[in-house]
Design a binder for this molecule. Sequence first.
Ligand code: ATP
Length: 351
Amino acid sequence: MDVSIEKVVRTFGTTPALHGVSLEIEAGELVALLGPSGSGKTTLLRILAGLDVPTFGRVLFDGEDALKLTVQQRNVGLVFQSYALFRHMTVLDNIGFGLRVRPWSRRPSRKEISKRALELLDLVQLSGLEKRYPSQLSGGQRQRVAFARALAIEPRVLLLDEPFGALDAKVRRDLRRWLREIHDQTGHTTVFVTHDQEEALELADRVVVMSQGKIEQIGTPDEIYDSPNSPFVFSFIGESSVLPVRVDRGRVWLDEKPLDLSAGDVPNGPARLFLRPHDVDVVDSKPGAISGEVRVLRRHAGLRRVDVEVGSGRDRIEIELPADLSLNYAGKLAFLPRRYRLYPASQALES
Ligand code: ATP
């Protein structure tokens, strides 16, 4: 099912939580709403679910005005961070719940409900656990039951709010892969909320980066990571360092020194150079390179991380180097970023 969100505004009293958000989600897409706490992700998801209504704007499901539909009529599958399983029901009864409470005319027979619940249990790889109660399951297993329960109603859209938020890192990673596989098998249009950029980039077809009730950028994980369109997105996604510089006559200047970097179409004036630790090459000291003092050296998995203090502002830039490179603490280091983004200083870090 296609979902169309058009200029949605939501204010709580005088607090605007969403400022005119527009987003098109195609049938079968897996879209992540990613942003820091308070950016409006959950508010948007609740509006899609019918648990909240926008102050202005429209939401269309396959072209139909979804705001006129009740929660039941929307037929969305919901999974929240807290498993919200019924404690007194077995796994099988939990999964079949949404079908059992349907109006009589649309309710499948008991036998069919049980068959469907067992199929879903197989899909979420928990066959054999149908008679257990939620308290007899691990956190990851409970969350998989919650998924099966959401899928049982054959939802038009699946809405997930931090579904792995309460789980430890290893289980989260496993469930991420699992969710992607389930999605590829079932093809449900899926919107999931997360503040974990790694999760969003690994899992989603498209990532919607939100900040302060607005969409900052929409793109594939590659577009978001490789071409962030603002200082906010660059610093929110992945690791980065920032260096205050100046653009003058098409060149980038650090203090009084021109660097071997192109200013592109950034106008003259103060600017910020954003770079990622792994996009840096160490070079022989030469006039156009960035040079500085090595301040911290540390092992980082198979690599070495180095903090270099640069320029008159003594800004610290983190760079990643092969672990076998020999460096010493008080040494000097010259480098140039292979990839970088330059933004005018007037473009705020916060949106
Ligand atoms: P988190 O990751 O912390 O869940 P979020 O991005 O999901 O954050 P929302 O929960 O959508 O953000 O909140 C967006 C803004 O709206 C916040 O400033 C929040 O305080 C405010 N807000 C949300 N719900 C209400 C409410 N019921 N009453 C008043 N303000 C609210």
